[in-house]
Ligand binder design. Structure first.
Ligand SMILES: [Cu+2]
Length: 199
């Protein structure tokens, strides 16, 4: 098996793509959805100016969220890295719309906020019969809300998409080791949230 994995990695390396563990979908898995993802990126481009996002009711939750990579039993496994500052639009409701994420994520860089990712946050409600998925990616969760910014009673699924900054862990990984909160006065080291049972 080790040999097979090594060969697989070599093959992937020849293609110039990342080879990594099984925790995340490799970058090339997004290929069948390239057109859809490109269209999404294009429609989100206007939010590179955070003021445009705020006017469209994506409101800042201020804290720049990052994780140490510490593993805790029954909690989400977040590799060391940051998410950034979440701007949440609570007026976007219902089933996740691939073209209308309800969260935008910014990285503080100098005096600027750089748009790096989008996220879909789906609350676990009794009418939700199965794990949501977009772009062939099953959402992570269900998990409790991310304290201290989101109350832990807010049990939800989520999916991140690093549309505007490459993530070496993959387009849909939850954290990005290349994103930093060092430029923020509001950096928040979060504990990975607790998992909850779901459909
Ligand atoms: Cu996030």
């Amino acid at each position: 098996m080790q040999f097979a994995k090594a060969v697989g990695c070599a093959f992937v390396a020849v293609l110039g793509l990342a080879c990594m563990g099984v925790a995340f979908t490799p970058t090339f898995a997004q290929e069948p959805y390239k057109v859809q993802i490109d269209a999404l990126r294009q429609s989100m481009e206007k939010y590179q100016d955070y003021k445009v996002a705020v006017r469209d009711l994506y409101l800042s939750t201020v804290g720049c969220v990052h994780y140490s990579g510490e593993k805790v039993a029954h909690h989400m496994e977040y590799p060391k890295g940051a998410m950034g500052v979440h701007f949440v639009n609570v007026t976007v409701e219902g089933a996740p719309d691939p073209m209308k994420p309800n969260v935008l994520i910014y990285e503080p860089v100098g005096k600027e906020l750089k748009l790096v990712a989008v996220e879909w946050l789906v609350p676990l409600t009794p009418d939700l019969k199965q794990r949501p998925s977009l772009f062939g990616q099953p959402f992570m969760g269900p998990m409790e809300g991310h304290e201290p910014l989101i109350p832990k009673e807010y049990v939800h699924y989520d999916l991140h998409a690093w549309l505007f900054k490459n993530n070496p862990l993959g387009m849909f990984a939850p954290t990005n080791p290349d994103v930093s909160c060092k430029g923020s006065d509001f950096a928040l080291l979060e504990m990975p949230t607790m998992m909850r049972p779901g459909p």
